[in-house]
Ligand binder design. Sequence first.
Ligand SMILES: NC(=O)c1ccc[n+]([C@@H]2O[C@H](COP(=O)([O-])OP(=O)(O)OC[C@H]3O[C@@H](n4cnc5c(N)ncnc54)[C@H](OP(=O)(O)O)[C@@H]3O)[C@@H](O)[C@H]2O)c1
Length: 195
Amino acid sequence: MSNVLILGANGSIARYAIDMFLNNTDAQLTLYLRNSRRLKDMDSNRVRVIEGDVLNLEQLKEAMMGKDVVYANLAGDLEKYAKNIVEAMDTTGVKRLIFIGSMGIYDEVPGEKYGSVLEPYRKSVAIIEASDLDYTILRPAWFTNKNEIDYETTQKGESFKGYEVSRKSVADLVVKLAVTPELEVRRSLGVNKPE
Ligand SMILES: NC(=O)c1ccc[n+]([C@@H]2O[C@H](COP(=O)([O-])OP(=O)(O)OC[C@H]3O[C@@H](n4cnc5c(N)ncnc54)[C@H](OP(=O)(O)O)[C@@H]3O)[C@@H](O)[C@H]2O)c1
């Protein structure tokens, strides 16, 4: 049974993932988010909620105690967030991290240069790759709300394929990674809907 800490638990992918964790696994979830009133009611004794900010390093460390997996579903000052996550994981001895980034950070999308909008993603991913954590970074294509699980992945160094992916697909991959400790460890995966 996995003990999973979800940072940014009200994010659009996280909300799909929480449903899938509860329906398809026996994982225990700790939902870490800035405003817990935004969460829908969850009638499960497998869910604990912490109102907290990833910028609060001490609170983050406390939330990580005893967890097997950290799943970061964040947007914003990702460079600072990544620094805090790595430091808190190093301190608490949690090794497994699943981190949502974005396609385009390695200029791996044929015909596209995303430039400075992706700087926070590039910097945060570089921090995680330089750590000795058992990370899996996801680089999803543009999200859709399609009710489908249909995706493929590409490794770092390969050209990105496709241009879109459903939120549900990304959440499916997150859940698989979170409950399978040896899956895609120290990898950075492009995630897209096959064309
Ligand atoms: N849209 C796309 O097509 C696309 C494609 C590829 C990648 N992405 C990226 O994938 C990532 C995940 O996407 P998403 O749609 O799930 O994101 P989202 O809905 O924007 O959720 C991000 C979450 O991060 C939380 N957050 C931000 N700063 C925080 C802090 N300091 N402490 C705690 N929580 C904090 C936010 O909380 P609050 O609710 O408190 O604001 C929000 O719930 C994002 O970085 C997104 O940009 C998006």
